[in-house]
Design a protein around this ligand. Structure first.
Ligand code: ADP
Length: 399
């Protein structure tokens, strides 16, 4: 092992996902997750080869405790001397960051300013960076932004039809998220279709607990369904996606909801969970529909798939040609049912799937599941950690 591994950290408010990646080939030497942070149930799991080790975390059960535990594990298992940098997934880079950046005090101040655009995410990312700076004081740290890939969107795609001053004075615009995933899959799509590097026009559908669709031309994002926040666009696990904004006023003024209740309703109680009244989890809904003939689960999935197809079709307006569509994320990579339902609504775009290929392409496999005369319909397992590791290594080399 050379001294060239990157520790990739994805820090949430009560969890830290981490993996130790070789940036050259994406191989993963170690992965894990610290969960239930800030509670006495805080614990950490390390996954090495196929072995899993789980430990409780001691008081004060916080992010620093978790990172100290990671440092200990890296030292005990002789990884520590091979780690050359830390790459942090940071959700919101605003308009300031269209590229990954080496973290210094000035960057930390800017991230704190940007936290108002992503109050649910950036504060946790900042906590993670602070804790990692303490735990790995000697290592350079790089921020890789979920929003950066979408900074190529034209004004007509990123501006809302609101008073222009809200954009100029307060940065209210579409930013888009899942950028590292859309970036990775469009590059893989060019490779799979044997196009030149970065070339080709694609619409990628990242479908997981959070979902977003992106129109991409020659490696550049032209439009995407998430907006100022990750709440907009298609239906998600617990998020509503696009709704008539008038509903919010009706909930508050007509039905007496508080501002906090509406926030909770749209982010945590809507989407697949709200519609099905059963679960936010696609697999659970498919099981309920197929095994128990649960019609409300079917309805939730119908709406989920229809809205994805509508969004994909809308992006025909963003592109001049279309080489293919891409499915990725936990649902896009694994659910042949969702893929079939979505594609069924896209026959006007000449996208059709081969049923056998569709069913066979799951669980980490990549491939083109299109039928013979169709445009490409690609399934590509995403690899955001590898993108973060590669971009972190590039920033370190450039500095
Ligand atoms: P996150 O956005 O949290 O990273 P993931 O990308 O891991 O989410 O996707 C989680 C979703 O993928 C869940 O809804 C889960 O049910 C779904 N999923 C995973 N495997 C399957 C499968 N075999 N069939 C259907 N859905 C699946």
């Amino acid at each position: 092992m050379d001294k060239n591994l990157i520790l990739v950290i994805n820090c949430g408010s009560s969890s830290i996902k981490f993996s130790l990646i070789a940036p050259d080939d994406g191989s993963e030497h170690l992965a894990g997750i610290a969960q239930n942070l800030l509670s006495s149930a805080a614990n950490i799991t390390f996954k090495q080869n196929s072995e899993k080790l789980n430990y409780s975390l001691p008081e004060p059960f916080d992010h620093e405790t978790a990172l100290a535990s990671i440092v200990g594990f890296l030292q005990d298992n002789k990884y520590a001397e091979h780690v050359c940098a830390i790459g942090h997934r940071v959700v919101h880079g605003g308009e300031t960051y269209s590229q990954p950046i080496l973290i210094n005090d000035q960057v930390m101040n800017t991230l704190a300013d940007l936290a108002q655009l992503a109050p649910l995410h950036n504060p946790a990312n900042i906590t993670g960076i602070n804790a990692a700076q303490k735990a790995f004081a000697q290592l350079p740290q790089v921020a890789v932004f979920d929003t950066a890939f979408h900074q190529t969107m034209p004004e007509k795609a990123f501006l809302y039809a609101l008073p222009y001053d809200l954009y100029q004075s307060h940065g209210i615009r579409r930013y888009g998220f899942h950028g590292t995933s859309h970036y990775y899959v469009c590059h893989e799509a060019s490779r799979l279709l044997q196009l030149k590097q970065n070339q080709g026009s694609f619409i990628s559908a990242h479908l997981g607990n959070g979902s977003s669709i992106c129109a991409i031309e020659n490696g550049k994002s032209l439009d995407t369904s998430m907006g100022l926040t990750p709440l907009s666009g298609v239906v998600m696990g617990t998020r509503s996606g696009d709704i008539d904004p008038g509903i919010i006023f009706h909930l508050i003024n007509g039905l007496g909801y508080s501002h906090e209740q509406v926030n909770n309703l749209l982010n945590k109680e809507s989407g697949l969970l709200g519609l099905s009244e059963l679960s936010n989890d696609c697999r659970t809904l498919e099981e309920a529909m197929f095994n128990e003939n649960n019609q409300q689960a079917k309805l939730a999935l119908d709406i989920f798939c229809y809205r994805i197809a509508k969004q994909i079709a809308a992006y025909a307006a963003s592109l001049t040609t279309l080489d293919g569509i891409i499915f990725t994320g936990g649902i896009g990579e694994n659910s042949d049912y969702v893929r079939a339902q979505v594609v069924q609504s896209l026959s006007l775009l000449n996208i059709h799937i081969d049923e056998e290929l569709n069913v066979a392409t799951r669980f980490g496999q990549a491939g083109n599941i299109a039928s013979k005369s169709s445009r490409a319909c690609l399934v590509i397992p995403t690899n955001e950690e590898w993108v973060i590791a590669k971009q972190t290594a590039e920033v370190i080399q450039a500095n």
